[in-house]
Write a protein that binds this ligand. Structure first.
Ligand code: AGP
Length: 372
């Protein structure tokens, strides 16, 4: 009913709007007065976490995209090697696991069979499993050694939105917590980022308030067949997530690429008028990366692409090459997906609606996939 949807036409719109609160709720009670992380609920004792020598993340779909982003954060802040693998591929390749491996299983529903089978395999090999899950008491957290719950509240729409943002928050918490207890050279940065993370829900809110031009743009593209998404660094999984949302909801051919891969093949797809969404990393810090994506945008535009550029406020270098410019607030580099994903969710939802699709119940899909 309309009441259940909080006055929105679709659950998906309600859940997109709930994201600032979902993000804040997932941080609640996990940062102490001194600005350190308190994750006592993670019932793997610190001395065992200090012995971990490798992290492996398993998940499917949107949860897998959050795991891809987690890899950047975990390797940076903990200096531990981290792999992220599709749960459905994991156990079939005889992965190397032992009691010093920490496996992180990410699942909104806690019932995804591929993810469950991956974690069972990991435990059989002696690995410790930490679940990141949104559903209390579901199978995946019950079968794990420990769980960090995301507090997104129930997610009804098939397309994951607020669960994704809270999975990201949980992944950052795990990365920063491991960094905190293991003590890396990034101690000061970790403390700063914990504080910035505690304030990030305001930035998500700010993005939501500026989405009207994105909706307008989405409606104008309803007649297209293909949209491409490009990103680099943590913007690459965001590009994949933008493409997945568009496939599931708008039934369009949508593909995400690492922008650096363009010249290795995908650039052949660019033709006149093709919409290409580009997620631009912050021009601060890793500036070489930023320069490279600006030249990627120039290259595709020279071949006729219609460029839809998502870039930080104040990033002027992209302006000459953007047919459409979507501004996002300035955030720490690794946290950018918390704000850059939101316009892509709104874009897919609006485009699908313009094509006459039911965004809460897309064809052929179920909310949780309980078969392998
Ligand atoms: C996301 O929009 C999808 N519907 C789907 O990819 C989903 O994220 C995937 O099936 C994993 O589900 P889970 O988080 O409940 O394990």
């Amino acid at each position: 009913s309309a009441a259940e949807k909080g006055g929105h036409d679709y659950f998906m719109l309600k859940e997109i709007a709930e994201q600032p609160k979902a993000v804040a709720d997932t941080l609640l009670g996990r940062i102490d007065g001194a600005g350190s992380l308190r994750l006592d609920e993670v019932r793997i004792p610190p001395h065992e976490l200090r012995e971990v020598d490798k992290v492996v993340i398993v998940a499917c779909g949107t949860a897998f995209h959050s795991g891809m982003i987690a890899k950047y954060a975990i390797e940076h802040w903990t200096r531990l090697p981290c792999e992220t693998e599709l749960a459905s591929e994991f156990r079939y390749r005889d992965p190397i696991l032992d009691h010093r491996t920490l496996v992180v299983a990410i699942s909104q529903s806690g019932e995804t069979m591929d993810t469950l089978m991956a974690l069972r395999h990991a435990r059989e090999q002696g690995a410790k499993v930490l679940a990141i899950c949104n559903t209390n008491g579901s199978t995946i957290p019950r079968e794990s050694d420990a769980v960090l719950y995301t507090h997104a509240g129930p997610e009804v729409a098939v397309a994951s939105t607020k669960a994704f943002l809270t999975q990201l928050v949980a992944c950052y918490l795990v990365a920063l917590y491991l960094g905190q207890i293991r003590g890396t050279k990034w101690g000061d940065e970790i403390r700063t980022v914990i504080r910035q993370l505690s304030e990030i829900s305001g930035a998500v809110e700010q993005v939501l308030e500026t989405m009207e031009p994105v909706r307008e743009l989405a409606r104008s593209l309803a007649g297209h067949d293909t949209v491409l998404f490009l990103g680099r660094h943590v913007g690459y999984p965001v590009a994949l997530e933008g493409a997945l949302k568009l496939k599931e909801l708008a039934y369009m051919h949508a593909e995400g690429f690492a922008a650096g891969e363009l010249k290795h093949g995908p650039i052949a797809l660019i033709e006149d008028g093709l919409p290409v969404v580009v997620v631009v990393p912050s021009p601060r810090g890793r500036s070489l990366l930023h320069d490279k994506i600006v030249s990627n945008i120039q290259e595709i535009r020279a071949r006729g692409a219609r460029t839809i550029v998502i870039a930080e406020e104040g990033d002027e270098a992209v302006v000459p090459y953007a047919d459409h410019l979507i501004r996002i607030p300035i955030t720490p580099t690794l946290l950018q997906p918390l704000v850059s994903t939101v316009p892509l969710q709104v874009f897919a939802c609006e485009l699908a609606t313009a094509r006459g699709n039911d965004v809460d119940q897309p064809r052929n899909l179920a909310k949780s996939v309980t078969v392998e």
